[in-house]
Design a protein around this ligand. Structure first.
Ligand code: 13P
Ligand code: 13P
Ligand code: MG
Ligand code: MG
Length: 366
């Protein structure tokens, strides 16, 4: 049977009025490039959108994961869009493309991506999550809840196909290693790791029921230490399969009704609530945030994308948004204090070394 690959590839290649929103001109370029690739038979289908300042390419094809052709297509598309961004004088043009438009932090080592290669079920529902002003570890809590928390996912308790649980592949971003843990048996070990989302990040989830099948993938492409500095604060994307032997659509979305605190707000150096929004509201502006997440639901059929449905546009997520705004007010009142500001090792910007250097002769024994 022919397999289908779903590739979600994203990059911040420039935005309007600050780190705010990728304008329609960039989406137009991306649509033109991907329409050409579809005509030429390189990809089967595509959907282009933006979440905040991140340009998102959602593509189906038959080239498998980590395909050079597909990644080249994405890179060339981003490069063309970056040229347009430069022409328009957009902020951070080419930010994620190792270009000359370096905006003052070590981020910008390359685009992020999540991919799954699947044998399509007769009905193949998938959810594509895309977030801005945060990092891949932001998905730890919701993905854990989808696949391991019986208070979130009723199916773990009452659906025979889910009852054995799932296997999580977790990446230690400091060591560049991965480990697999299966729930429910190893739930506490798993939580001991992923409760530190800046270091341990869920990268993939698999069924335990045979045949082992991929259930979810999170972009962790830039998660590594370069020259002793963590450069993984990359706005992430994730793909989650739904229904049948996977959690139901509503079980996949339910964790986002709680706007949990994530790292990456303002200058990549603050914690804030992750606000679930529809595509139209993925335009973070308050203190460059608060962090946003969009969820698009598709069905994949014969490698074509049916949909999407803009899942967080549902009025049922309004309370989560209101709560996120209240949490944002509360967190903002801490100003430069932790835990609103991130700890010293995690900030993308810091003046601490300069301040310590300046004051070194003035420090005396206490
Ligand atoms: P600049 O220092 O380039 O103004 O960027 C600040 C910022 O918002 C990036 O995180
Ligand atoms: P992005 O990572 O979305 O470019 O945001 C940079 C930032 O820190 C804005 O405050
Ligand atoms: Mg940006
Ligand atoms: Mg961004």
């Amino acid at each position: 049977m022919v397999k289908t690959t779903l590739s979600v590839i994203k990059a911040d290649i420039g935005s309007l009025a600050g780190h705010h929103v990728a304008p329609p001109q960039l989406l137009d370029v991306a649509r033109q490039e991907l329409a050409k690739a579809k005509r030429e038979g390189l990809i089967e289908d595509f959907y282009v959108t933006r979440v905040g300042d991140d340009l998102e390419l959602i593509m189906t094809h038959r080239k498998g994961e980590e395909s050079e052709e597909i990644h080249t297509l994405a890179w060339e598309t981003f490069k063309r869009a970056a040229d347009v961004a430069r022409g328009l004088g957009l902020y951070g043009a080419g930010q994620d493309l190792l270009s000359d438009a370096f905006s003052g932090n070590l981020r910008g080592m390359g685009p992020g991506y999540a991919e799954i290669e699947i044998e399509e079920r007769p009905a193949e529902p998938v959810v594509v999550f895309m977030a801005d002003k945060t990092e891949p570890g932001a998905f730890n809590l919701p993905v854990f809840r989808m696949f391991a928390d019986p208070f979130n996912t009723a199916g773990l308790v009452i659906a025979p196909k889910l009852h054995r649980g799932f296997t999580f592949e977790v990446m230690d971003v400091h060591e560049g290693k991965v480990v697999e843990l299966s729930t429910p048996e190893e739930m506490y070990d798993l939580l001991a790791l992923i409760g530190s989302p800046e270091r341990y990040v869920i990268r993939r989830v698999y069924t335990r029921e045979e045949p082992r099948d991929v259930a979810a993938a999170v972009s962790t492409t830039r998660l590594n230490l370069i020259a002793g500095k963590y450069v993984g604060k990359d706005d992430p994307v994730a793909i989650v399969r739904a229904q049948s032997k996977f959690p139901a659509l509503g079980e996949v979305l339910e964790p986002f009704a709680f706007p949990h605190l994530v790292a990456g707000w303002m200058r990549g150096s603050h914690n804030g609530p992750l606000m679930p929004v529809g595509e139209a509201d993925a335009r973070p502006s308050r203190f460059d945030g608060p962090p946003r997440v969009v969820a698009l639901g598709f069905n994949v059929k014969d490698s074509k994308l049916i949909g999407p449905s803009d899942l967080f546009a549902d009025v049922a997520f309004e309370r989560a948004r209101r709560l996120a705004n209240e949490i944002a007010d509360y967190m903002r009142r801490h100003g430069p204090f932790m835990p609103h500001r991130l700890g010293p090792g995690e900030m993308e910007y810091t003046t601490l070394p300069q301040v310590l250097e300046k004051l070194k002769d003035r420090f005396r024994e206490a």
